[in-house]
Design a protein around this ligand. Structure first.
Ligand code: ADE
Length: 231
């Protein structure tokens, strides 16, 4: 359960200046000021023990790029002490992030997130410290930091009290496993295009039915993978 002191995020990174980033603004920023959640960015380099503060080395077996050293990252993780929070590693190799996973994380006391850089992270520290690899999509970023910010954005916005009433009773994409129906607001006519008449009919049953049909149509067209299999 989320404790009274709020959701605690710790990010291990070579670029701590990237945090809290956009999460210091808007509703997440207000919630941060109110103490509803906290973020601590830990510099991995501080756990290097050589005079050059080395954090990476060439890949065993050869190849391009550099690999984050297991001993340095393990010390950074161990410096957090006894910690029951899930430990994630942002990586394009990870399991894709879903709204279901976001809800699961938001129900915890917090999260530890390791941001990868270079070509990767030594597999032995991933295994030894039980890091769960998470991807935000099938594309490659230059590092895990924007992915960590994206994951935290999705988690923080659903923490109790962060969005106020704005979340309650809404039909968000993925909440019912479907993409959200189209939305409209005034003016009634925009560049010759009208708001669908059912939405201004006042017939709530008809509105709900229309929204569900639209959500199903949109999902079938754009994301058929989200629809239940009929077998
Ligand atoms: N690091 C680089 N690319 C990434 C991705 N797609 N998801 C998570 N972390 C990443």
């Amino acid at each position: 359960m989320t404790s009274a002191s709020g959701f605690k995020a710790t990010v291990l990174t070579l670029y701590p200046d990237m945090f809290p980033g956009h999460l210091g603004a808007s509703l997440a920023g207000k919630a941060l000021e109110r103490g509803q959640w906290s973020i601590d960015a830990v510099q991995i380099r501080d756990f290097s023990e050589d005079k050059h503060r080395t954090v990476d080395d060439t890949p065993a077996g050869g190849g391009a790029g550099m690999v984050l050293k297991p001993d340095v990252l393990a010390r950074a993780i161990d410096s957090l002490g006894e910690d029951d929070r899930p430990r994630l590693l942002m990586s394009p190799r990870g399991k894709p992030l879903t709204q279901e996973k976001v809800r699961e994380l938001a129900a915890k006391d917090g999260v530890v997130i390791v941001c990868g850089r270079f070509e990767g992270v030594d597999q032995r520290v991933i295994d030894a410290r039980l890091l769960e690899e998470v991807s935000i999509g099938d594309y490659v970023l230059s590092g895990g930091e924007p992915a960590a910010l994206t994951l935290l954005d999705a988690v923080v916005r659903i923490l109790p009290g962060v969005m106020g009433n704005a979340l309650s009773g809404t039909h968000e994409s993925f909440e019912n496993g479907l993409l959200e129906h189209p939305q409209y607001t005034r003016p009634q006519v925009f560049e010759g295009r009208e708001i669908p008449p059912v939405l201004t009919s006042g017939n709530h049953g008809a509105i709900e039915k229309w929204r569900l049909e639209q959500a199903l149509r949109l999902t079938a067209r754009r994301r058929p993978d989200l629809l239940p299999k009929d077998d």
